[in-house]
Design a protein around this ligand. Structure first.
Ligand code: HEC
Length: 145
C-alpha cells in the first residue's frame, strides 16, 4: 500500500466513524422527540401519587373511572355557563333549562346536542375526552334536571 492509498483509506474510515456518531445522535434526538407524552401509572407506583389533583379528576386520570358532573363542570363548562356567556343557559337557572329541555325533547337529546355542539358552543363543551355519561352528569349538575 502506498502512503497515498493509506491516507485515502483512513480518511474514508474517519468519514464512516463520524457518520456513525452523527446517526447515533440523530437517533437519540428522535427517540427524545417521539417518547410517550404521558406515562401510565398503576395504583401503588410512586408515579401514581397524584395528591395535588382534585380527587375526582385524579381518579379518572389514573383510570379510576368516570369523572363526576361537578368535576367536569368545574373544569370545562363553568367558563361559559356560570355567567351565561354567548347566551348559554346559566347554571341553576331552572326556567332556562326547562325551556331547553322542552325544546330538545328529552335530557338525552340535550346531552346529544352538547356532544355535537350547538350554536356558539363547541362540541363536548370543550371536554374532548369526556364520555357521554360525563357530559350528561355535567348537564345535570348545572341544570338540576
Ligand atoms: C365556550 C362556551 C361554552 C362552554 C365551554 C360550554 N358551553 Fe354549553 N353552551 C354554550 C352556549 C353559547 C350555548 C347555547 C347555544 C345555542 O343555543 O345557540 C350552550 C348550550 C348548552 C346546552 C343546551 C343545548 C341545547 O340543545 O339547548 C347544553 C346541554 C350544554 N351547553 C352543555 C354544556 C356542557 C355539559 C359543557 C361542559 C362540558 C358546556 N356546555 C360547555 C356555551 C358553552
Amino acid at each position: 500500500m502506498t502512503l497515498k492509498k493509506l491516507l485515502a483509506a483512513s480518511a474514508a474510515l474517519l468519514v464512516l466513524v463520524a457518520g456513525g456518531a452523527f446517526a447515533v445522535s440523530i437517533n437519540d434526538s428522535i427517540a427524545e422527540r417521539i417518547k410517550p407524552f404521558g406515562q401510565v401509572c398503576v395504583a401503588g407506583d410512586p408515579c401514581a401519587d397524584v395528591g395535588t389533583m382534585p380527587t375526582a379528576v385524579a381518579s379518572a386520570a389514573a383510570g379510576g373511572g368516570m369523572r363526576t358532573g361537578d368535576a367536569v363542570y368545574g373544569q370545562f363548562c363553568t367558563a361559559c355557563h356560570s355567567i351565561g356567556i354567548l347566551g348559554s343557559p346559566k347554571t341553576g337557572d331552572t326556567a332556562a333549562w326547562e325551556a331547553r329541555l322542552a325544546a330538545a325533547g328529552s335530557l338525552d337529546d340535550l346531552v346529544t346536542s352538547a356532544i355535537k355542539g350547538v350554536g356558539a358552543m363547541p362540541a363536548n363543551g370543550t371536554c374532548a375526552d369526556c364520555s357521554r355519561e360525563e357530559i350528561q352528569a355535567a348537564v345535570q349538575h348545572m341544570s338540576g334536571l
